[in-house]
Design a protein around this ligand. Structure first.
Ligand code: 13P
Length: 250
């Protein structure tokens, strides 16, 4: 499987910064050797779609499950699609833990994305306290179980395993941690997950990306902080392309 290299810009890079980033982003990878994806802020999506000089897909960082309505500040999957998004990040840990998004809401958003023809990229991951309490398996299975049924009708989807303790902290899961967690996610998805990429996220950098995507069941990376600089993100894409080639050849 071609490795997915996705950047989640969170609340960074307005339209001008987006245009500047994309004019400089020139990873030395052959077309098709990695699948590049960006999740810019909603307001920067149009600039991103217009400004890219390399083949890439663009998604939004969040959607509401309703198609339209009196829901001030929200954006529907249909609107995101019309504005050029082809994917939607759903249930990111910041949505779950800062904005209180529940498993049930994640399920409704996944269904809405699938209905609108967006590729849901659903995030799961345990808190440090849950890991320390030996609850990794239980938490991941609960989170996957809450959206699995909503995937009916999705032509394609991805899951991102992002241990909450590794996000923006500089702490990265070891390849062994990633192997264990991705194995649980794959098992929880069962036949539904066949062919669906499972990405790793949490302090991915140019120096650790190759080791992470070389782990069985790690089909790509979802990068936060290190995706904000075009040169740094290009190095991550290049590392994943070489690791993907090495893996395919072994
Ligand atoms: P960092 O790469 O900054 O740890 O963020 C990871 C993340 O949350 C990507 O969605």
């Amino acid at each position: 499987m071609v490795k997915v290299v996705a950047g989640n810009w969170k609340m960074h890079h307005g339209p001008s910064a987006t245009t500047r980033f994309l004019s400089r982003f020139r990873p030395e990878v052959e077309d098709g050797s990695v699948r590049l994806v960006f999740f810019p802020p909603h307001l920067s999506l149009a600039a991103a779609v217009a400004g890219t000089r390399v083949p890439a897909d663009f998604g939004v960082q969040n959607i509401h499950w309703e198609g339209s309505g009196a829901l001030t500040g929200e954006v529907s999957a249909e609107m995101a699609r019309e504005a050029g998004a082809t994917l939607a990040l759903i249930g990111h840990s910041e949505r779950r833990h800062i904005f209180g998004e529940t498993d049930a809401e994640v399920g409704r958003k996944v269904a809405a994305a699938a209905r609108a023809g967006l590729v849901p990229v659903v995030c799961v991951g345990e808190l440090l306290a849950e890991r320390r309490a030996g609850r990794l398996d239980e938490v991941l299975r609960r989170q996957v179980g809450a959206f699995a049924e909503s995937l009916a009708g999705a032509a394609e989807f991805m899951v991102a395993y992002e241990p909450v303790w590794a996000i923006g902290t500089g702490e990265t899961a070891t390849p062994g941690d990633a192997a264990e967690a991705h194995g649980i996610v794959r098992d929880a998805l069962g036949t539904l997950g066949r062919g669906a990429p499972v990405l790793y996220g949490g302090s991915v950098k140019p120096g650790n990306a190759a080791a992470l995507v070389s782990v069985p069941d790690v089909d790509g990376v979802l990068v936060g902080g290190a995706s904000l600089d075009p040169d740094v993100f290009a190095r991550i894409a290049e590392a994943c392309a070489s690791a993907g080639r090495a893996g395919a050849g072994s």
